[in-house]
Design a protein around this ligand. Structure first.
Ligand code: GAL
Length: 950
């Protein structure tokens, strides 16, 4: 029974006022991360990465010794090697979209917003504490664009095949602890495309390390979605356990259902035997009497707390949120939630935003979701891929119904695993009502298409039978063999003329629009100009395959058997500037622009989707030079009647048409254009717009007046120009320069699809009166974040936002680049001192041994000498400036030689560190350590050896 308000309260929310006049709040955005609990530690791995844009070719491997070594575990070469020199790479913090920093270039791909993408390399060094030894260590990467290869300590541990799925990697068998650092390397290939829209590039979602006991609950391992059957609510439970111990383990699994007040309302317990290195699924159920239902109005959420115990000791604990609701698609009447009819007033979305590309901070995501709420949206289609995990939580909290969608249409095992992940990861969210297996596949109207879908639907049903499956089809539903035959609800992309024919032919098959409209608007523009790539906002311009907003909604609204609409799209997105190309680089389809600013389609849909009175007029009333000429005035409303006035003189009262909307031709004269809306003959709403004067000043308006000083919180700030009377000037296009103090500007936008300037930096032009700056706090900050804006000829604006000290996420310690020296060989023991220049023959795999410094020193069998040697290729910084050779621990005496010259020595026998100066200017050096041995005395390189830069 955790509703949004209580949830925010419990999460330490900051109550604020939004620019849009509505009170809003923003939680600490902590939910989407897997949270720590007794038995498990979860730390963010977003910090401490080094990044290289562009590919780094793997070396061509030659010669017997190198080829032999190359074939071995742990010996990845090139930039994947633990010892690769990344000392001069840039430091980055994730989420990171390196394409968003690209300025559009005409030679790049129009579909991807003319941003160059390419290959990127990320490297970090992780220090795992001795206390982590014996734990299960899992790396979680929540999203990389597009394909990824991951190496841990020189071993390739994953290939990822989707730019939209999480990947969970068990690092335990490869991990080292204490001072021996662990090398983690990720190569992302963003040349590969899985969409025809802007997909970003890099590790663009969060990354985590999850440290658990050896017997624990697997990731996404609790399924607790309530079902209602035979008049009774039940939570069928599935808990997946995993055991990496060396023997089977008996444990006790206990789940309790907790309401918002913290009261336990149901419980379950069962013993389980978990085999060695196997997954064990424990099933059970909890009956629940009269729970508070989750609905769009009342987002009552419960928690299922699942614990694993052994002999009374708590091994693991996971809290899973769930909601009680029923759902049904009726072939005659559409969709029902809790047996109440809900027409789906949906939008399709992509995941990017102005200024930041696909690396959208949670504060900005929260803003986007609230904008959709204001619009009157009650359903969202994740077109055409999984969104960030936080998105689904916000849908549960704010009250949206979700059509979740798989990206790659392919039933082969690798890709089916992506679909299975999607369902496993999201299936506890009460907001999800549909699983979509594809969007618009050319083979959808064939037997092959149907057979592929059958297999993918089977994969969904193996994990969740409580929601129907669908596929978003733009043709093929009438073919003798087609994909629609293999899903539960048939999705129609466009083809609104076929709704009736399909329903008549298949009256028992539920259907919904899965995508519609694809109309074009440019925010704040009222004259279509194909030369300039501008679309007017009267809803008269639509794609050849789509409809206007008005026609699209009417076709759905008047047909009860069509469950709802999913308008293409809620927001503009980078890429796909259809029907135009360069310089257009983002879409024209959005109900809102790339910044979330309303186009007139916003008021049109708000009028159609919200019950309360809505009345707006298009256009603005600044038409200097058009005096006396007719201007089309359109009322966007849900009134019985609307009357329009110019400077107090009626321009006519019209019967309201809530589908088509109403228009007047008004001869322009500066002044006040106003409208009065009637319901049942009574005035219920008024609207007015005035001719403004010239702009004189700038104004900055935050989304929230309070931010968290955790280095994570981000928000959009609206920029506009005002006239002398403080009125918004709709046509201002000034170039603005910004300055941030006490925080950072992380992106800029203005909603103009034709603007090719950078979305990074500190300057952006207003577009039709508006621009947006996305700002982020710094970790550990408190006090004031100040943004200043200035433009030639206008009074500057200064905005202060209060920043409160806030707990940052817990981060995994990482290390600056250090060169761990490896590849050590040990000479055969000799009665006389070994020449430090001696090296084994290239083919010698036997008389000289291999050693990894750090192993415990062993007593020598006989008195004599031994040489340890390796080749050192110093990192660039050491080559330039010189450095320090650091032996973390040497046992016994030794002499250190660099290229045969003595560089240092240790004379004592007890284990101790040793530091030796390393000269600049060496591209390759032979490092040798000569150890005199005394029978029975321990000796050797008992600690790691590193080369540090100054
Ligand atoms: C659809 C497609 C969308 C988008 C849209 C533009 O066919 O599913 O991804 O491309 O067209 O109208």
């Amino acid at each position: 029974m955790l509703n949004r308000r209580d949830f925010l309260k419990s999460a330490g929310a900051l109550a604020t006022t939004s620019v849009f006049g509505q009170s809003s709040a923003y939680a600490d955005a902590s939910q989407a991360r897997p949270t720590s609990a007794p038995g498990r530690t979860v730390v963010s791995l977003n910090k401490g990465w080094r990044f290289h844009e562009g590919d780094i070719a793997f070396p061509v491997i030659r010669g017997h010794g190198w080829t032999y070594a190359n074939a071995k575990a742990g010996n990845a070469s090139g930039a994947a090697a633990p010892g690769f020199d990344d000392s001069e790479w840039n430091s980055v913090t994730l989420p990171h979209d390196f394409a968003s920093a690209q300025v559009p270039e005409q030679s790049a791909n129009v579909a991807q917003g003319y941003r160059k993408r390419g290959i990127g390399w990320y490297r970090t060094l992780i220090r795992l504490d001795e206390a982590d030894h014996g734990k299960h260590i899992e790396l979680q990467l929540d999203g990389m664009a597009t394909l990824g290869t991951v190496w841990f300590n020189g071993t390739q541990v994953a290939h990822t095949w989707s730019g939209y799925s999480s990947v969970y990697i068990d690092l335990t068998p490869f991990a080292t602890y204490g001072d021996a650092l662990n090398s983690l390397v990720v190569r992302v290939d963003a040349d590969t495309m899985q969409g025809w829209w802007y997909e970003g590039a890099g590790i663009y979602r969060n990354t985590w390390l999850v440290k658990r006991e050896q017997v624990h609950i697997a990731t996404d391992g609790v399924f607790a979605h309530p079902v209602f059957a035979d008049g009774q609510w039940t939570i069928p439970l599935e808990v997946t356990l995993y055991n990496i111990r060396k023997s089977a383990q008996r444990v006790q699994v206990e789940s309790v259902l907790v309401d918002a007040a913290g009261k336990t309302v149901a419980s379950f317990g069962a013993p389980a035997d978990v085999g060695v290195l196997t997954r064990q699924v424990v099933t059970g159920s909890m009956r629940v009497a009269a729970p508070e239902l989750w609905s769009l109005e009342e987002r009552n959420l419960y928690s299922v707390r699942t614990r694993v115990l052994q002999d009374g000791r708590l091994l693991d604990e996971v809290t899973t949120r769930c909601g009680f609701r029923t759902q049904r698609f009726d072939p005659e009447l559409g969709f029902f939630l809790n047996d109440r009819h809900v027409k789906l007033q949906g939008v399709c979305i992509h995941q990017d935003h102005a200024g930041v590309g696909v690396a959208v901070p949670y504060g900005l995501l929260d803003y986007r979701m609230r904008r959709l709420k204001e619009l009157g949206v009650n359903a969202i289609r994740c077109s055409h891929n999984a969104q960030d995990k936080r998105f689904y939580e916000l849908c549960d909290e704010l009250g949206f119904l979700v059509m979740d969608e798989n990206r790659v249409f392919n039933p082969s095992p690798e890709h089916v695993e992506e679909l299975s992940w999607l369902v496993r990861c999201h299936r506890n969210h009460p907001s999800i009502i549909l699983w979509s297996v594809f969007n618009e596949e050319p083979i959808q109207g064939t037997e092959q298409g149907r057979e592929m879908v059958r297999r993918m639907v089977a994969a969904v049903r193996a994990l969740d039978t409580s929601r129907p499956t669908t596929a978003a089809m733009n043709t093929g539903q009438f073919e003798p063999a087609n994909a629609a035959q293999a899903v539960d609800v048939v999705g129609f992309n466009y083809q609104y003329q076929a709704y009736d024919a399909f329903h008549q032919a298949f009256p028992t098959v539920p259907m919904t629009s899965s995508e519609d409209v694809s109309a074009y608007q440019t925010r704040g523009a009222y004259v279509t100009d194909p030369e300039k790539h501008i679309f007017a906002s009267y809803d008269d311009d639509a794609s050849s395959w789509g409809t206007t907003h008005r026609v699209g909604w009417k076709a759905v609204a008047e047909r009860p058997f069509v469950a709802g609409a999913f308008v293409w799209t809620g927001f503009d997105y980078h890429g796909e500037p259809s029907p135009h190309e360069w310089p257009s680089n983002s879409s024209f389809f959005g109900i809102m622009d790339l910044c979330g600013f309303a186009k007139d389609a916003f008021w049109l849909h708000q009028a159609q989707w919200r019950k309360e009175p809505v009345l707006r007029l298009a256009p603005h009333w600044n038409w200097a030079g058009k005096e006396g000429q007719p201007i089309t005035v359109m009322a966007l409303h849900n009134m019985d009647e609307v009357e329009v006035f110019l400077n107090g003189r009626s321009q006519g009262r019209q019967k309201g048409d809530i589908y088509e909307m109403n228009r007047w031709q008004v001869r322009y004269a500066p002044g006040k254009l106003s409208a009065v809306g009637y319901r049942g003959g009574k005035v219920v709403k008024r609207f007015e717009v005035e001719t403004t004067g010239a702009p004189v000043a700038l104004k900055l308006t935050p989304d929230r007046s309070l931010m968290r000083g955790d280095g994570l919180d981000a928000q959009p700030i609206q920029v506009e120009a005002l006239d002398a009377q403080g009125r918004h000037v709709p046509l201002a296009q000034h170039q603005i320069v910004f300055k941030a103090e006490g925080g950072d500007i992380i992106g800029l936008g203005n909603g103009d699809p034709n603007d090719t300037s950078s979305e990074k930096g500190n300057t952006r032009a207003l577009f039709n009166g508006l621009a947006q700056v996305i700002v982020q706090t710094r970790e550990g900050s408190a006090g004031t974040f100040r943004l200043s804006a200035s433009a030639a000829g206008l009074k500057s604006a200064v905005l202060d936002v209060e920043v409160r000290k806030a707990q940052p996420w817990a981060y995994q310690p990482t290390s600056a680049p250090v060169q761990v020296l490896d590849g050590w060989r040990s000479s055969p023991q000799s009665p006389t001192p070994v020449d430090p220049n001696l090296r084994p023959a290239g083919t010698d795999m036997n008389s000289w041994g291999w050693i990894t410094p750090g192993a415990r020193a062993k007593p020598a069998g006989q008195t004599g000498y031994m040489l340890y040697a390796t080749d050192v290729y110093p990192f660039a910084r050491v080559r330039k400036q010189g450095g320090i050779l650091e032996f973390a621990e040497v046992t016994g005496p030794c002499q250190v030689f660099i290229d045969g010259r003595k560089a240092g020595e240790k004379t004592t026998g007890a284990p101790a560190p040793l530091r030796v100066a390393f000269p600049a200017g060496e591209a390759r050096a032979r490092l040798s350590v000569l150890c005199p041995l005394t029978a029975g005395q321990p000796h050797g390189l008992s600690g790691v050896v590193r080369l540090l830069s100054f």
